[in-house]
Design a binder for this molecule. Structure first.
Ligand code: NI
Ligand code: MN
Length: 229
């Protein structure tokens, strides 16, 4: 059984039954909602980044350098991180899957911006993505930042727990997130990328009503954990 912990915005940590520690889209430093600081993460094995925007990538390079964790992301983001001195990297790309010791990771499409935070040259611009993880028998999808895309129909029947942006403005809003749920048919939905700042404030009670019986909406506050089983 894996344990998923929310750290606000789109940031999660995940500990699998074999003791592997992952962090997804690490944004602690400067996050208005993070429950911990990056320094509180003592040991880390993998860092997964859906895309290169600051609010998903801010702490990836410093954490990778300090902990020796392997950075998993698109080829371009990983190349940029390597150019900044990150030693352990695993490049992937959209549509590709790889079986790591802790489980399987597949990169899924997202429709969003591709700038890589910290890249002054623009040469590492990438295609943003999401991650479909299979860990300890649970299929967990982190959608990253994305618009509603019909490609999500391809995930139908493949997702148990969906981490879905609902904040609107930069990503899908609640209405399109409901359609994404209709496309993917997950059992559990955890809203992400909302309430970090006023521009993406949302009413999760209303969202739960909108979702209805399509899925169970699990609203996680920063610091909350969810057992995946
Ligand atoms: Ni973004
Ligand atoms: Mn974002």
């Amino acid at each position: 059984m894996a344990t998923l912990t929310f750290h606000g915005h789109s940031t999660f940590s995940l500990e699998t039954s074999d003791g592997t520690r992952l962090v997804l889209d690490p944004w602690f430093t400067g996050s208005p909602v993070a429950d911990i600081a990056a320094a509180d993460l003592q040991a880390l094995d993998y860092i997964l980044c859906t895309h290169g925007h600051q609010d998903h990538f801010e702490d990836a390079i410093p954490l990778a350098k300090r902990t020796g964790a392997t950075l998993v992301s698109t080829f371009e983001i990983v190349q940029f991180a390597a150019s900044q001195g990150v030693e352990n990297v695993h490049p992937m790309h959209i549509g590709g899957a790889h079986r790591f010791p802790f489980g399987r990771v597949k990169m899924t499409p997202a429709l969003h911006g591709g700038q890589v935070h910290g890249d002054e040259t623009g040469q590492w611009t990438t295609v943003p993505g999401g991650f479909l993880l299979e860990v300890d028998g649970t299929r967990l999808h982190h959608a990253g930042d994305t618009a509603l895309i019909t490609d999500m129909q391809l995930l139908k029947g493949q997702v148990d727990v969906a981490l879905l942006p609902i904040g609107d403005n930069f990503t899908m809003g609640p209405e399109d997130a409901v359609r994404a749920i209709e496309f993917m048919e997950p059992s559990v939905v955890v809203p992400i990328h909302f309430d970090t700042f006023d521009l993406i404030a949302q009413d999760t009670d209303r969202f739960r009503e909108m979702v209805g019986d399509r899925a169970r909406v699990q609203v996680m506050a920063p610091g909350d954990s969810l057992a995946l089983d």
